[in-house]
Design a protein around this ligand. Structure first.
Ligand code: 16G
Ligand code: MG
Length: 634
């Protein structure tokens, strides 16, 4: 574990360096302390390295590096966030999340949430790269002062008077040991720039995005979704919607089962515990049939993301290590709810990643069956199926509502069998493949009225366009006057609940967990029944190191390698040797590796294809070390 000495001892009153075990229901308000001298001091104290040739890049999910090199970046992100908030003439809030998601404890990272709660746009990314790499403190401070003056003047013209809205930056962080200190640097710089900081403390990434979206609710939150700011609002919204969806059941006999959740030894554990407490407080007499059992928390003894969590389970296709020694000892809450029934079985499990924006499900044997994985592709199919059915019922009962397009966005990692299933179900035109990374899939999903997107690694959500809300309004008006149609009314209730339960800003493991559990409960499906929607083609992934991964270029959706030119012909040749074979390579956006994906009709063929493709990468892209073999998979 990497420990950074705290060179800002006066930071203690701002952010406790002790990891809290619970979440702040509402953020701590930290007033602006505008001072260009303090800003210059911070920039000087945490200078961008003069020696390093490296350019700090704002990658797929923000700046993500070894934590030791991040302090200068954090100071500059404080400036960036303030400028992003200043830039919006209407005084919108923005967010900063300090996390390195699925990476190991030695990494950390930071990303910005734009006013709509989504990922920062490309213009912001360019500014981020400039600020993070500017070595000259005077130039940096002058740039900030000039931009601040420009935006402030524009704002005054816009608002017609001198009193303008405060500039507000929300910050949140994960449970990494260095996150408090790194967050402290963002906070100090933002306050020195004149921003009011709302410190949410330890939160999951999607909670921070939720907080930003709901802070800017007037402009960005669809009318159907109640305004629920902060972390307590997030919890209430999710739990109310989960209960509302389950309440649409027509089957009174509750299904009793447990759902064991591997939280990657990260912040998802704290978030899930907090959600379950809200469920307890608000659900007296509520026949919730699933006992959700969070495990692998930050205090479980397991290292963050190591041999556990969604990345591990999905990439290795094996169960996680269960670190909690007392996992199978029964326990109840003070309200009497069983949180650890003695009979927790492992036939219904889920795994989150280190910042809880991804989830995969799996069954670890039980009843004589083997391990099987239900990844983001399976979740996408379940959601499309559910939404498609309910929409079909509503459209039949209310033919006057306009046609709504239901589409799905996947990435090159989507299993070929899932793509075939979705194309057959939704039509080829409604299945799109986008480049890896939330910003790409999220943007592509907006082309549909109902856009489901999921990366195979479990990051995904559903976005709903204006026409969706209009259609539901019209259907509600029609059904309130028509002869009672209980099936259509139930479909309407379900479709109205979805945008509230689903995080509209970003993929969210906790929201997806509740959504999938509610759908499975309504259908009375086991994981085996869900898994039977289609049969995955066997697939294999690998990653290898090369001297410089930036030499690898791909086409837009990463299905073909364009450079080095010698790679793709060799991959094509390999693919032809295997029935149903498919394979691609791409440089990782979060780690210093090249990723390889292969699938084929049999497990053996997928493994062989992956191994051969890894060799091609090693040969053609200046691989580091020995040529890889399938046994040496990392
Ligand atoms: C980040 C992305 C995720 C993507 C993954 C790919 C966000 C919020 N997260 O975690 O969508 O699948 O990177 O990682 O954009 P890779 O480039 O290392 O394969
Ligand atoms: Mg993540």
């Amino acid at each position: 574990m990497l420990a950074i000495a705290d060179p800002e001892p006066d930071s203690a009153p701002i952010l406790s360096l002790r990891q809290p075990v619970t979440m702040n229901a509402t953020p701590i308000r930290l007033d602006p302390q505008p001072s260009h001298a303090e800003l210059a001091r911070l920039c000087d104290k945490y200078p961008v390295s003069m020696e390093s040739e490296r350019t700090m890049e704002y990658g797929t999910a923000g700046f993500r590096y070894d934590a030791a090199v991040l302090p200068p970046v954090m100071v500059r992100v404080g400036i960036l966030a303030t400028l992003r908030a200043l830039e919006t003439a209407s005084g919108y809030h923005v967010g900063v999340m300090v996390t390195a998601s699925h990476n190991d404890e030695s990494y950390n990272g930071v990303k910005i949430a734009d006013p709509d709660g989504g990922m920062m746009n490309a213009q912001g990314e360019r500014l981020a790269v400039y600020l993070a790499n500017e070595r000259n403190t005077d130039a940096l401070v002058q740039y900030f002062v000039a931009q601040q003056a420009k935006y402030t003047t524009e704002k005054r013209i816009h608002s017609g008077n001198a009193a303008t809205e405060p500039v507000v930056v929300h910050v949140g962080r994960d449970t990494r040991s260095h996150s408090p200190f790194l967050t402290c640097l963002v906070v100090k710089a933002a306050r020195a720039c004149g921003a009011l900081v709302l410190d949410h403390g330890v939160v999951t990434t999607p909670m921070l995005h939720h907080a930003v979206l709901h802070a800017n609710h007037v402009k960005f939150l669809p009318k159907l979704i109640p305004h629920r700011p902060h972390v307590d609002g997030y919890q209430r919204l999710l739990i109310d919607s989960y209960r509302a969806l389950l309440a649409t059941t027509d089957n009174q006999a509750p299904l009793q089962r447990s759902l064991l959740v591997d939280c990657a030894c990260g912040v998802g554990y704290i978030g899930l515990e907090a959600l379950l407490q809200t469920l307890d407080q608000q659900s007296s007499g509520f026949g919730s049939s699933t006992t959700i059992v969070p495990t692998n928390g930050p205090d479980s003894g397991g290292p963050l993301n190591e041999s556990c969590g969604s990345e591990y389970v999905q990439k290795m296709i094996i169960p996680p290590t269960w670190y909690d020694a007392d996992l199978f000892t029964s326990a109840t809450t003070s309200e009497g709810r069983a949180i650890k029934p003695a009979s927790v079985d492992k036939s219904y499990c889920a795994a989150l990643d280190g910042d809880a924006d991804r989830i995969v499900f799996f069954s670890e044997g039980g009843h004589g069956s083997d391990f099987f994985l239900l990844d983001g592709d399976k979740i996408a199919c379940l959601l499309c199926d559910f939404v498609g059915n309910e929409l079909g019922i509503l459209q039949k009962a209310v033919p006057s509502i306009s046609f709504l397009s239901l589409g799905v966005v996947q990435t090159a990692y989507a299993n070929g069998a899932s793509t075939a299933y979705l194309e057959q179900k939704l039509g080829k035109a409604n299945v799109a493949i986008a480049k890896t990374g939330v910003k790409h899939v999220h943007a592509a999903a907006h082309q549909f009225d109902i856009g489901v997107y999921f990366e195979a690694n479990g990051h995904g959500t559903i976005v709903f366009g204006d026409r969706y809300y209009d259609a539901l309004n019209e259907a509600a008006a029609f059904l309130s006057t028509a002869v009672q149609d209980t099936v259509a009314t139930r479909a309407l209730r379900r479709l109205e609940t979805l945008p509230r339960l689903v995080n509209q800003a970003v993929g969210d493991a906790l929201s997806d967990l509740l959504l999938v559990d509610a759908i499975l409960t309504l259908r009375r499906w086991t994981l085996a029944e869900w898994n039977a929607m289609y049969q995955d083609l066997p697939s294999r992934q690998d990653k290898i190191r090369v001297q410089d991964r930036s030499i690898i270029q791909t086409n837009d959706n990463e299905t073909r390698c364009l450079a080095p030119a010698s790679v793709q012909p060799r991959l094509d040749e390999l693919v032809q040797q295997h029935p149903s074979g498919r394979c691609f390579i791409r440089p990782s956006g979060t780690e210093d590796v090249v990723r390889i994906y292969a699938e084929a009709a049999t497990r053996e063929a997928a493994d062989t294809l992956c191994q051969a493709a890894a060799r091609v990468v090693h040969d053609e892209c200046q691989g580091v070390g020995e040529p890889p073999s399938i046994q040496s998979r990392m």
